[in-house]
Design a protein around this ligand. Structure first.
Ligand SMILES: *Cc1c(COP(=O)(O)O)cnc(C)c1O
Length: 734
């Protein structure tokens, strides 16, 4: 710099340099916020990022890192000046620091025994937010909510999963309503991932030996509030080309892909923990995918502590708990002896057991050579306690696995249940949160898992609750219209059709939502079993209804895809046009809009195939009412005054009969209960009885089906006993 320039610069320059430092500091704070998923359940931080650039925010799937990458610190500072963001950024940043440093948590008083020896929570997917696409559906969102509540409660826990570079597919429907799947590679730079480093500071790489070579995985770290989540990724140099693809997609490929993914998550996951210097006090296997993990833990114990196989097995099981999610036998992963030997052979050598012995660990009848190796069976055998995910699912699971304990009565099969719940702060609409803030005790967010707080909903003015709900309903309807007109434009449909989509649905009409995987047992088309009857309901001049659908079918599930087609094509039928909408590409974002805005959330699975279900629990928080078959969580939640039941909670062996009978029950519930109560208005135009039901639903269900309550249950009933705080009955196999 020349002398002249320098002295010229001094006048404006010092301020300029100060601004530059300010700009850098502001940018760094925003980045720090974006790198802890904590931001995703803070409405204030969400709106902060949105206000930086509302249009890009939406286009970028609400991804703050991708958004910030489009800004230089200087441009961000200018934008922050325009939008008065500085103090909001500083405040959010300070709150995050306080949250991370807070020592006064629930776990401090209730789970001290876990201090220093965290729970290692294994799951094949984690659904934390739409911008981190490493989940497909319910299991992932449940794991995400589990991790968030562990953070909130201060439970020492680390998550272990896989990094899927292409995630799950994006769904588009072609003009004939058929599902098309597209996979996009996510840019790692746009995600809140950091390479995990070993205790000596070098990037971590784990390797797993198989009979036909070595499998490598690197490890990413995601910070979720106070909890660390580690995701293993096989796309590394040194792996064969096909192995580099191994973790690219969720639930893709064949059984070989599957066992190799499960080897990485279970065995690789334990190795990663070890290399990171983390010594878990408890291993929680969330579903069977990770059930190879205890074998690696045993290998460590035998090598390090010189334990015998039997002692290592007993000690490992003492610190392992297992959660099963699948009420159908076909849903459990099974592998034959050859593929097990190929992948677990070297580990088996270290354990010093025969191939038959290993196979026996995954069989109900240890000696039955025709039986394949089942991940759920080894999960049950290698854990001290096991649980299903709802009361009813507990019954089903005990019946399903009773042959593992042939001398026991079904009632005494050692599989309990802890019913699933949802992370309130992630699913509660900001507008409803404001209402709770006004009427609940100031500390209500610290007591979300307790019943008393929620009783306060009964003292809210009915008009205020109704207005808040309707504001959310309007947001949902504009979201749906925007999405559907975009869908029509993408398909190249006429301006007329696009225009019609903009006028779809009406805010005054009873609005039913249905969003979930299109697996056939969920019977998305049940409402259309009798077309004349549903037409009369949709088309009624006095008391019409409208329905919004969303959901993906597994790429290999042809019947599921035909269900989608059947429903999507109703838009072409003049009897349904304008009253039935199908929103493409169901994900956390679409789900959030739906559950926050519907009047009624419909769930009609074939009982008892819904292990728990969680989407209806999300609706509760926002004032929507559930209308559901008495299956999963609803079988224990429904009390006659907090929502609607379809049928009487019975099952039939003949599916056709069941479907026919349940469709009849569904129509009856709509015609005799839901529609009359919704349209029964008082002098102020309020549906008094309906609003009372909304209040009942919130007060009886919100706390019970929250993931805070769920994680507290896991902590008290499973984690603390497993960590050695208390003894509990070990499962003994006959
Ligand atoms: C909550 C959620 C689910 C689970 O819904 P179910 O009713 O349990 O099937 C699935 N997918 C997404 C994206 C969700 O947010």
């Amino acid at each position: 710099m020349t002398q002249i320039e320098y002295s010229l610069g001094q006048e404006v320059g010092l301020a300029g340099i100060a601004n530059e430092i300010d700009a850098e500091a502001l940018y760094d704070k925003c980045l720090a916020l974006a790198h802890n998923m904590w931001w995703s359940w803070q409405p204030e931080v969400n709106s902060l990022f949105r206000d930086i650039d509302p249009i890009r925010w939406r286009q970028l799937d609400h991804n703050p890192i991708a958004l910030l990458r489009e800004f230089t610190p200087e441009r961000l500072a200018i934008r922050a000046g325009e939008m008065v963001l500085h103090s909001r950024v500083n405040y959010a940043f300070r709150r995050l620091q306080e949250y991370l440093e807070c020592k006064n948590t629930w776990a401090q008083n209730n789970a001290g025994v876990l201090g220093g020896k965290p729970v290692a929570y294994f799951s094949a997917e984690f659904g934390l937010h739409e911008s981190l696409p490493v989940y497909s559906g319910g299991l992932g969102v449940l794991s995400g909510d589990h991790v968030k509540s562990a953070s909130g409660l201060g439970v020492p826990l680390v998550g272990i999963g896989l990094y899927y570079s292409h995630g799950y597919f994006k769904q588009h429907l072609s003009a004939d309503g058929y599902q098309r799947e597209e996979y996009y590679e996510t840019k790692v730079e746009d995600l809140p991932l950091e390479p995990a480093v070993q205790t000596d500071g070098t990037p971590l790489m784990v390797s797993i030996d198989t009979r036909n070579g070595r499998l490598l995985a690197k490890v990413w770290k995601v910070q979720v509030g106070r909890v660390r989540l580690f995701l293993l990724d096989c796309n590394v140099e040194g792996n064969r080309p096909e192995d580099r693809e191994l973790t690219s997609r969720l639930y893709g490929g064949d059984e070989r892909t599957r066992i190799r993914q499960e080897l990485v998550i279970g065995v690789g996951g334990v190795k990663a923990l070890r290399a990171l210097g983390i010594n878990p006090g408890v291993y929680h296997l969330n579903e069977g995918h990770s059930a190879f993990a205890p074998l690696e833990v045993m290998r460590e114990r035998m090598a390090d502590d010189g334990l015998s196989f039997e002692d290592a097995m007993r000690e490992t099981a003492e610190s392992t708990i297992f959660t099963t999610h699948t009420p159908v036998p076909a849903g459990h992963d099974r592998f034959d002896a050859a593929i097990i030997e190929e992948h677990l052979g070297p580990l088996r050598d270290s354990l010093g057991i025969s191939a038959e012995h290993l196979m026996g660990l995954g069989r109900v009848n240890t000696q039955d050579h025709s039986e394949s190796f089942c991940m759920t069976v080894i999960g049950l055998k290698m854990s001290r306690s096991a649980n299903a995910v709802s009361q009813l699912h507990g019954h089903i699971s005990r019946r399903m696995w009773k042959n593992l304990w042939p001398s026991r009565d079904e009632r005494n099969i050692p599989i309990g249940h802890i019913t699933n719940g949802v992370h309130i702060e992630s699913w509660l609409a900001w507008q409803m949160q404001q209402l709770y803030d006004r009427h609940f005790p100031a500390s209500w967010k610290n007591q979300m898992g307790e019943p008393d707080v929620w009783q306060n909903i009964h003292s809210v003015d009915p008009g205020e609750l109704w207005e808040t709900h309707n504001a959310l309903k309007n947001l949902l309807l504009s979201f749906v219209r925007r999405r559907i007109s975009r869908q029509c434009r993408r398909r190249g449909e006429s301006d007329e059709i696009v225009e019609a989509a903009r006028n779809l649905l009406s805010p005054n009409i009873l609005t039913i939502g249905f969003g979930r995987r299109f697996a056939t047992y969920k019977r998305a088309n049940l409402l259309f079993k009798d077309l004349d009857r549903i037409c009369r309901l949709l088309d009624s001049t006095e008391r019409p209804i409208q329905i919004i659908y969303a959901g993906k079918a597994h790429p290999k599930d042809e019947p599921g895809k035909r269900f989608i087609q059947e429903i999507a094509n109703l838009r072409l039928d003049s009897r349904f046009a304008g009253r039935v909408a199908f929103v493409e590409d169901y994900d956390i974002n679409v789900c959030r809009h739906l559950i926050q805005g519907v009047d009624v959330w419909l769930n009609n699975p074939r009982r008892p195939l819904e292990a728990s279900g969680t989407s209806g629990q999300k609706t509760v928080l926002n004032g929507g009412l559930n209308c559901s078959i008495l299956d999963g969580w609803w079988a224990e939640a429904y009390d006659g005054a907090n929502g609607f039941a379809i049928g009487k909670g019975t099952s039939h062996t003949d599916d056709r009969l069941t479907d026919k009978r349940d469709a009849e029950y569904l129509y009856q519930t709509l015609e005799e209960r839901i529609i009359p109560i919704f349209y029964d208005r008082d002098r102020d135009g309020l549906p008094g009885k309906w609003i009372k039901m909304m209040m009942n639903s919130i007060s009886t269900l919100a706390w019970r089906f929250s993931s805070h309550r769920m994680v507290m249950d896991y902590t008290r009933q499973a984690y603390v006993p497993a960590a050695g705080g208390l003894s509990c009955e070990m499962k003994v196999f006959d």
